[in-house]
Design a protein around this ligand. Structure first.
Ligand code: CS2
Ligand code: MG
Length: 415
């Protein structure tokens, strides 16, 4: 079975997505997600100009060989653009293989290790009452694990916190989102102001209030979004220990693996990192030295199912679990791939689940289902994705940027 053609679909049903569609000579179609938020067209061009010409005529079943061909063959290895492009190809080929086998993809990855993948939703609020409303809404919808982000007194806005209107709804049944599309589609990124001391003073009081109101059962998570130094991160981890977090995410900038050693030696709060990583090499020391508890790489940004499974098999040797990135900028194709893989992995931990907008769901037609606090893939052969290409074509790409953060004195900071 040979690859006959590959087409790149760029669509923007509420936000931008890059999807690769591979068609075989006997008409089987597979889809893969290559969306890289804010830099989408770089992946689209990488695929169109450099990868699609290599795919035509290749054996559609040779997934590992194609992965190695694109990874080693390019000479220029790794990096988010390259690895998102390889992910799109890899996922589409797994979709095809599973369709040909007549099985839902997770069956080819070893079969189900659990009934569904536990997910966490995003609750946020500019203050405690708004946050509590958002948490209640998520609990009503069945979420059992919730990420908590709040405004910080003295700061106008904080990335990851919904606007007031959006925060009062939110969750699996609604279309409210706090992210940077479509509200922040603009010629230039928005700029925010950041104050680490104010943040560190405030966060423990938020978790104290949440535990006081909602009790001990609910799994709570928090994302520090790479903003802290190792010693600040250690301080935060220690100060949150009484509130028994499921994890503390991205405490320090991702480039320096050594930083996590300092944090680890000071706190027993579990650590998650890696949404901006793109290969197993980014985790080499973190996993072997057991400096983290959860791997954040999603299928979309780390080279596809083939390479995320490789990362997770390595992680399994050290009791490190998966916690795949699942914001709305990972498309339903990428989320479907993550849920199939998560269902099969023995060392699955949790899956992030930010609900896509209605427009997005109409374009991609995902068949995974949320119930009982978890996601389960559909039972049809393949990934369980039905792209409506005519509808997709009605949503042309619109430039959109993630924000930029500055300290009070104007210095550019991690956001
Ligand atoms: C966040 C993301 O979901 C998360 O944990 O860190 O919202 C992230 O900022 C975006 O996916 C960036 O594109
Ligand atoms: Mg994050």
């Amino acid at each position: 079975m040979l690859i006959e053609r590959a087409d790149v679909i760029v669509t923007s049903p509420g936000r931008n997505f890059v999807t690769l569609k591979i068609t075989t000579d006997d008409g089987v179609v597979g889809y893969g997600d290559g969306t890289l938020n804010g830099r989408e067209l770089a992946v689209a061009a990488y695929l169109t100009d450099h990868v699609v010409p290599l795919l035509t005529g290749r054996d559609a079943h040779a997934i590992e060989d194609t992965w190695q061909y694109l990874y080693r063959g390019a000479y220029w290895r790794r990096g988010p653009v390259t690895m998102a492009a390889i992910a799109a190809v890899d996922t589409a080929l797994w979709d095809i293989k599973a369709k040909v086998a007549g099985l839902p993809l997770y069956q080819l990855l070893g079969g189900a290790s659990r009934e569904r993948c536990l997910v966490y939703g995003h609750a946020s609020g500019k203050d405690i009452p708004e946050l509590f409303d958002s948490i209640r809404k998520h609990l009503d919808e069945g979420f059992r694990a919730i990420r908590i982000q709040t405004g910080v007194p003295g700061l106008d806005s904080v990335y990851g916190v919904a606007s007031s209107a959006a925060a009062s709804v939110g969750g699996a049944g609604s279309d409210s989102r706090y992210d940077y599309e479509p509200a922040r589609r603009s010629a230039l990124p928005t700029e925010e102001t950041w104050d680490t001391r104010a943040y560190l003073r405030h966060v423990p009081s938020v978790f104290e209030a949440v535990r006081g109101e909602f009790g001990e059962d609910i799994a709570l998570l928090h994302d520090a979004h790479h903003r802290l130094t190792p010693i600040q991160a250690a301080k935060l981890g220690k100060s949150l220990e009484p509130y028994d977090l499921f994890w503390l995410e991205d405490v320090t900038p991702a480039e320096n693996q050594e930083a996590l050693r300092w944090v680890r030696h000071h706190t027993t709060t579990p650590l998650a990192i890696g949404e901006v990583f793109n290969s197993v090499w980014d985790y080499q020391h973190l996993i072997r030295e057991q400096l983290i508890d959860y791997v954040r790489s999603p299928v979309t940004h780390a080279g596809g199912i083939t390479s995320v499974r490789r990362i997770m098999d390595y992680a399994a040797m050290y009791q490190v679990k998966s916690g795949m990135h699942g914001p709305t900028d990972v498309s339903p194709v990428g989320l479907a791939a993550a849920v199939h893989l998560g269902l099969a992995l023995h060392n699955f931990g949790i899956q992030e689940y930010m609900v896509h907008s209605e427009q997005t769901r109409e374009v991609f037609g995902p068949t995974y289902e949320f119930a009982g606090g978890g996601l389960r893939p559909g039972e049809e052969p393949g990934l369980g994705i039905h792209v409506d290409e005519e509808l997709a074509a009605q949503y042309p790409y619109e430039r959109a940027y993630l924000p930029v953060n500055r300290l009070r004195d104007g210095t550019v900071h991690d956001w």
